[in-house]
Design a protein around this ligand. Structure first.
Ligand code: B1M
Length: 635
């Protein structure tokens, strides 16, 4: 069988001759070719040439953002409108919308003047980002900043024209030939609201806007749904075989109730329409899927791609296979940290492969891939080794049973947590409920009532508000509440403390400590860090947030200025973790380490890493960051 035949057979639920293997090399290639660190024999080779030479299938799933046909392809990234060789449609902006474009050093600001108002967005794509292995764009200024921005964006979507344009896709398809299956891009998001979330609003602000601007957002989603319907119709009548329909599902960001309400109906619809035409829907499920397992399985999607199992996330690959493989095809299964010598020993790597081949037996509905992609610092020989083992042991059906569960000596799985209990304080129950419900309006009135009754501000804060906020933190930890609840609760909490402040000042309550925090250089992930900020503020810490992509020099300058008790460093990429050490070393050099406590966190970080780089502590989540910050304050 050819790679193409194998992949399509796996997607159809048939039994290919052996496991297909398609590693995503793009990021690894971008970073290493720019640094001159590609393997010697491939110094001048493109990713496809390398994959072909090694006998791997080409990974043609995500659009090649760094290889556009022209800069126009992704010009309207900030609106989520794009046309590239991976799409089978083109678009035309409404004639009465005036588009102003200003580009400078990798930063592009676009202003849209529509008959119903003006909006703007700024998108960044620099050489430095490419060197550190980023393949797509970073939205510095989002198009939806306030409620008034919804109408102009809706206008653009209502009047946008889409037309069939499959020529470049066909050319690309024929270049790939039998070496892979090109997935055609329908949309990077799976539904209209998800489209707003992924492209148009800041990742954390989305949760507030979803709550506060619900009417405007639903209105805009309706305008965008015409676009989605049109895309669906164009893709259905196109030569596309497998269709990329939405990315970055994660049980925190696309939490279960949201996934169920806003995302799943559209996947079902796409799978129905495209399925009837003999096409397949694939979604990029690269996040934490633990809370979404059944929802994804029953959504109708035909392929869950970029599946990144334990030890990078909580669900093991055998569990995925057992729960999903009768309904959909799993593409992925090899977490990227297995390719890094810092995180995984040679022995653990081999042990994982032993386990993997048995865990996915008999191998139907399985396409092996490195999820989400081969990282820049991957040990190249390990990719080769996977290819060799697939060729030797990947013949289907694979034999199950008798496997040693992967112990991953240095890698530990999060222990299941007990459900959190809040002990209501009868006297303050009403404001505790306000915090739980994130009711920022009601809480102000209730605080005023309490004060008028003569209750002490300190008691209202400690017995009422802080206990409720801590319980929210605990419930977040146990998975009983999700990001939006935490953010809204913390906002209500902040309203309440602001109302109490004049009275607290007289009671001489001081902040519990000063925390300076940021996501390190090269890293643009901020959802988790923002949550940590919110939770620390919620329980009374004074926090200064430096944002994302923060250089060591900036941390130093701000430590000197702000004089924090604790410096918090966040990193979500294995490539940016070393930045934490660079910051710590730079602080030492400047003589600023002294009594300053340093806490680190982020998905790939762990206790051992924290110790190795000389940090004072590691927190796995927002709630633990409160516990750790308190511990550091007294140590
Ligand atoms: Co990215 N991404 N991403 N991504 N992304 C990951 C992190 C990845 C694990 C996906 C995967 O492989 N399955 C992978 C990293 C692999 C690795 O290096 N180990 C990855 C990749 C490869 C990339 C790009 C390189 C992809 C590309 O370019 N093609 C690119 C890199 C951009 C860059 O930073 N230079 C990229 C881009 C993006 C988006 C922009 C699309 C988006 C980020 C949006 C944003 O943050 N504004 C995104 C997303 C959403 C993810 C996943 C799916 C979800 C991350 C998240 O927000 N989780 C993620 C998959 C995953 O993590 N499994 C993935 C929810 C959040 C609440 O959890 O951030 O872990 P988390 O925060 C927790 C704790 O970690 C802890 O508390 C938080 C709250 O409980 N914590 C701290 C965090 N910071 C802390 C600090 C502390 C204490 C605790 O003290 C200071």
């Amino acid at each position: 069988m050819t790679h193409r035949e194998r992949i399509l057979a796996a997607i159809r639920g048939e039994m290919p001759d052996r496991l297909p293997f398609a590693p995503r090399l793009e990021l690894w290639h971008i970073a290493n070719s720019r640094k001159g660190t590609l393997p010697e024999k491939y110094r001048n080779s493109q990713p496809d040439e390398i994959a072909r030479a090694e006998g791997w299938a080409l990974h043609k799933i995500n659009p090649e953002y760094q290889k556009p046909r022209s800069p126009e392809d992704f010009l309207h990234w900030g609106l989520g409108i794009m046309s590239c060789k991976e799409t089978v449609y083109g678009y035309q902006m409404p004639g009465d919308v005036d588009v102003e474009v200003k580009s400078h050093e990798g930063e592009t600001k676009i202003v849209y003047h529509t008959p119903v108002g003006t909006v703007s967005s700024t998108v960044v794509n620099t050489e430095e980002m490419r060197r550190s292995g980023v393949s797509n764009f970073w939205v510095k200024e989002h198009v939806l900043k306030e409620a008034k921005d919804y109408r102009p964006v809706g206008y653009i979507y209502q009047n946008l024209k889409l037309f069939p344009d499959p020529q470049d896709f066909l050319k690309w398809q024929s270049e790939i030939g039998e070496d892979g299956v090109p997935f055609s891009l329908a949309c990077r998001s799976a539904s209209p609201v998800h489209h707003i979330q992924k492209h148009m609003v800041d990742a954390t602000d989305f949760f507030y806007q979803y709550h506060d601007n619900a009417k405007e957002m639903q209105g805009l989603a309706e305008s965008i749904s015409h676009f989605f319907e049109r895309v669906l119709a164009l893709v259905a009548d196109s030569p596309a075989e497998v269709v990329f329909w939405g990315a970055n599902f994660d049980d925190m960001i696309t939490y279960p109730s949201y996934f169920s309400k806003e995302i799943r109906p559209w996947i079902e619809r796409a799978a129905g329409v495209l399925g009837a035409k003999g096409k397949f829907v694939s979604c990029h499920c690269d996040g934490e899927n633990q809370g979404l397992m059944e929802l994804i399985r029953d959504s109708g999607m035909h392929v869950a791609e970029a599946v990144c199992p334990w030890p990078m996330t909580k669900v093991k690959i055998d569990d995925y296979y057992r729960r999903w493989a009768d309904k959909l095809t799993i593409f992925g299964g090899i977490p990227s940290i297995l390719l890094l010598k810092e995180s995984t020993s040679e022995e653990s790597f081999e042990e994982y492969l032993d386990y993997l081949f048995k865990a996915v037996a008999p191998g139907r509905r399985m396409i092996l891939g490195v999820a989400d992609s081969v990282p820049p610092a991957a040990v190249y020989e390990r990719i080769v080794r996977i290819g060799e083992r697939v060729a030797k042991e990947g013949r289907l059906p694979l034999k199950a049973g008798g496997y040693r569960t992967f112990s991953g000596s240095q890698l530990t799985q999060a222990a299941p947590r007990e459900k959190a209990r809040l002990v209501w304080d009868e006297e303050f129950k009403i404001i505790q409920k306000d915090v739980f419900e994130g009711d920022q309006e009601a809480i102000k009135g209730h605080i005023a009532d309490f004060l008028a009754k003569g209750l002490k501000a300190e008691d209202i804060l400690k017995r009422g508000l802080l206990t409720a906020m801590e319980a929210i933190g605990e419930r977040f930890k146990t998975g009983e509440v999700f990001i939006p609840e935490v953010l809204l609760s913390a906002r209500a909490m902040n309203e309440a403390t602001a109302a109490l402040e004049p009275y607290l000042a007289s009671a001489k309550i001081e902040a519990k400590g000063r925390v300076l925090i940021g996501t390190v250089k090269g890293d643009l992930h901020d959802i988790g860090k923002n949550l940590v900020v919110t939770m620390l503020k919620g329980v009374g810490f004074e926090v200064r947030d430096l944002g994302i992509n923060v250089e060591a020099e900036v941390f130093i300058r701000e430590v000197e200025r702000f004089k924090p008790d604790i410096l918090g460093l966040s990193a979500l990429l294995t490539t940016t973790m070393p930045q934490m050490k660079i910051v710590i070393e730079a602080l030492k050099k400047k003589g600023l380490r002294g009594s300053l406590k340093i806490m680190v966190g982020g998905a790939p970080v762990n206790e051992k890493f924290a110790r190795d780089i000389g940090a004072d502590g590691y927190a796995p989540d927002g709630a633990e960051s409160i516990t750790l910050a308190r511990k550091l304050m007294v140590s």
